[in-house]
Design a protein around this ligand. Structure first.
Ligand code: FNR
Length: 375
């Protein structure tokens, strides 16, 4: 019997992937300012990483101005942003690649300096993030996290509409689908987890209520795209941005069981061993494996991410623990990552100092292993 590998084809919804080396969504904070529209440099970065039949998940993009919390991240709420993304998508498609957009609302991870009118960021409840990390502010400094304003029940329909409009905008930009960002301590995860959700209405309290917003947002994206072009990203055991459910299995089992019948393109889970990979090196040992826990529950295509080497990814796929693997940090540093993994070529090391913000350095200037070899 032949076991599948990173280089076996895979169907994710209507996308016929020729390999399973997925680019993870990666915030790089290099959009045009003040429009927050993707610019030619961003198109170049994605094009470098596009391969025929390969899937890129474009960086988390706020669905609305109030869902924004990091300088220079591209949005998906304005015409200029849609036009900027269209150029990115067209360039990726010209290389034969697929590209999904990750839809984002940061909730309490924002700061009033980013908010229209200087308002407080919104969240399920007026509970501030409490970690050693500080909030980013619009002038690039850091400050203590503020206590967010709890959304009124009547406002929640508006948040769902923000995601629906953004899903439509992503379609106008030509993307192949969208991924709902339900991970890493941002708004949808803030609703999921009891640590940040103290509500007493139908969006808080028991598991079913806490899962409601994620499911309604997912449905809004499905209304626009059809289920097989919508993915959902979860980090059940993550701790990013002061997240973390004391007992994640009942909550996330409920979520996954509710997602199962929808017919999504994929479910994307983050391994907790690299939680916080965005801000610091974290390599937990002896933590639960999200893919191992959820593979038996999830009936569709499963993408795993978090701390994978090519070898570990091939093992996970051969063992059936995941169908595809998304790579973050090593895809930043290796524009030709699929080919390097396929051929066993050495990898460029990544430079954490250039992850967030800046221009070409650490973005489009990582060398290809062999620039002259045919693609
Ligand atoms: C991230 N990560 C991330 N996750 C996400 O869902 N949306 C995002 O926009 C980002 N942005 C981001 C930026 C940077 C610079 C890093 C390093 C990480 C998390 C990322 O998708 C992935 O889950 C982790 O990096 C773990 O995978 P690797 O890096 O171990 O392959």
């Amino acid at each position: 019997m032949n076991f599948p590998s990173l280089f076996s084809p895979l169907d994710a919804g209507p996308c016929h992937l020729k390999h399973r080396v997925v680019m993870a969504p990666l915030t790089r904070m290099r959009a045009a300012r003040p429009s927050l529209a993707p610019r030619p440099l961003n198109a170049q970065y994605y094009t470098q990483r596009a391969t025929p039949g390969g899937l890129l998940i474009a960086e988390a993009s706020p669905v609305v101005a109030s869902g924004f919390g990091n300088p220079g991240v591209p949005g998906i709420w304005s015409e200029a942003q849609v036009a900027g993304w269209r150029a990115v998508v067209d360039a990726v498609h010209a290389r034969g690649g697929f590209i999904f957009l990750q839809l984002w609302h940061v909730g309490r991870v924002s700061h009033s300096s980013f908010q229209p009118g200087g308002a407080l960021p919104v969240a399920p409840s007026a509970v501030a993030i409490s970690t050693d990390f500080k909030a980013m502010t619009s002038d690039g400094k850091v400050a203590a996290y503020e206590t967010p304003r709890a959304l009124e029940t009547a406002e929640i329909a508006g948040i769902i509409e923000n995601f629906r409009t953004a899903a439509r905008n992503a379609m106008d930009a030509g993307f192949d689908g969208v991924e709902i960002h339900g991970a890493n301590g941002y708004l949808l995860e803030q609703f999921l987890q009891s640590r940040s959700n103290r509500r007493t209405d139908r969006y808080g309290g028991g598991i079913e209520n806490r899962a409601r917003l994620l499911l309604e947002v997912t449905q809004a994206a499905i209304d626009v795209w059809g289920a097989n072009r919508v993915g959902v990203r979860l980090s059940p055991y993550g701790i990013a941005n002061d997240s973390g459910e004391a007992d994640p299995m009942p909550l996330y089992t409920h979520v996954v069981e509710r997602l199962n019948p929808l017919g999504l393109a994929y479910l994307h889970v983050i391994e907790p061993r690299s939680s916080g990979a965005g801000r610091a090196e974290v390599n937990w040992q002896n933590v639960p494996s999200a893919m191992m826990l959820f593979r038996p529950i999830w009936k569709g295509v499963l993408i795993a991410a978090g701390g994978f080497t090519g070898e570990a990814a091939n093992e996970a796929i051969a063992a059936g623990h995941a169908d595809a693997v998304a790579f973050g940090r090593i895809f930043i540093a290796n524009p030709d990552l699929p080919r390097r993994l396929q051929r066993g070529w050495p990898l460029n090391p990544y430079n954490r100092a250039t992850f967030y913000g800046g221009e070409e350095a650490g973005y489009t200037d990582y060398p290809f292993y062999d620039e002259m070899a045919p693609a």
